[in-house]
Design a binder for this molecule. Sequence first.
Ligand SMILES: [Zn+2]
Length: 268
Amino acid sequence: MSAAHDEQTLAAAYVLGALEPEERRAFEAHVAECAACAEEVRALRPVADALAHSVPQRTPPADLRARVLNTIVPGAGDTQALVTSSPRPAMAGWLALAAALAVAVGASVYAWQLQQRVRTLEARLDGAEQRASSAERAVAEARRTAGETQAAMSVLAAPDMVRIELAGQSAAAAARARALWSRNRGMVFTATNLPQAPAGRVYQVWVVTAGGPVSAGLLTPDTGGRAEAYFNTPADIAPPTAVAVTLEPAGGVPAPTGEFYLLGTPAL
Ligand SMILES: [Zn+2]
């Protein structure tokens, strides 16, 4: 290590504020003329600033100093050796080591604290996002329900409303349903006494026309066997000759394939 580098090792002690006033003035005078030391100070400054906020500043005990110095140069930690040998290089070595140690410990403490802060913020963000999306779902659900209720009410008042009573078929003899259909306003459908659909199956409602059956949509009864639904049926279909409910694979099918559970024709 050259003499210039001995000064350079003081940079860590300098940015940590560990130099005596006299040493500090001497080092500052040196830094003004030494690009290497100036660069070292610039590089260490942010770490020292971070340390100031993360670890308590402490003066190391004298025996620790002696032990550290003995590790670097055997005998250098003895009081006698310090007095008889040149104290500056020994002091510089000690301070540099202590500073490097403080920087290493301090930086890891600081990094750990940052990680904790990031984790806390991430948890808060997750919670906020979940609350927001749950509120959005509730609003969307309320809008949908309000829209369907309005559409259903408009069907009841439709001048072209057709009423169809559906009777339970052999698969569900006790089931009953009523469909109120309007070409432009859609269909309101209510059912009672529908058995729970088996796993992987679903009830599908059909508007049967001269051109064939048209799917109105899927129907899910509650645990009491009741079901209410509004279906936005296509406006370009022929008037229904019948309305039917079949049991179909989950997700529904384009044309009825399953057993009929409910069937009815328009009242004349
Ligand atoms: Zn220098």
